[in-house]
Design a protein around this ligand. Structure first.
Ligand code: ZN
Length: 121
């Protein structure tokens, strides 16, 4: 990401996250992301020891700022494989089939929010 977007991220970190977070490390982490790349909340949790509610508050604030766009990823936890994404909650199917194990999975329990980078200037 480039400087304008990174400064939006830095301000959002200061307003959304607790003061123990390493702001420089977190901004550096975002430097590696470019438009159309996916950000997984679990990666932030592991790298920066943030809680899941904190991470979602932070990422949804970045979505409000036009930096990220949220998507629902359909995910088979048996195979640990993504079966695609939908952008809107009402686009979630009732169930979906895993292409690997052919299990029919309820979409609501087998999807989670991920974020795509949509701004980099
Ligand atoms: Zn599967």
């Amino acid at each position: 990401m480039l400087s304008n977007t990174l400064s939006v991220i830095e301000v959002t970190i200061q307003s959304q996250l607790n003061s123990n977070v390493n702001i420089t490390a977190l901004v550096n982490f975002f430097k590696n992301y470019k438009v159309n790349m996916w950000i997984y909340p679990g990666v932030l949790k592991r790298k920066f020891s943030l809680s899941i509610p904190e991470i979602y508050a932070f990422l949804s604030a970045l979505e409000e700022q036009g930096v990220l766009q949220s998507y629902y990823e359909l995910y088979c936890s048996n195979c640990q494989k993504s079966m695609g994404t939908v952008q809107l909650f009402n686009e979630l199917p009732e169930t979906f089939e895993c292409e690997l194990c052919h299990g029919e999975l309820p979409a609501l329990e087998n999807s989670f929010l991920i974020y795509k980078v949509i701004r980099d200037d």
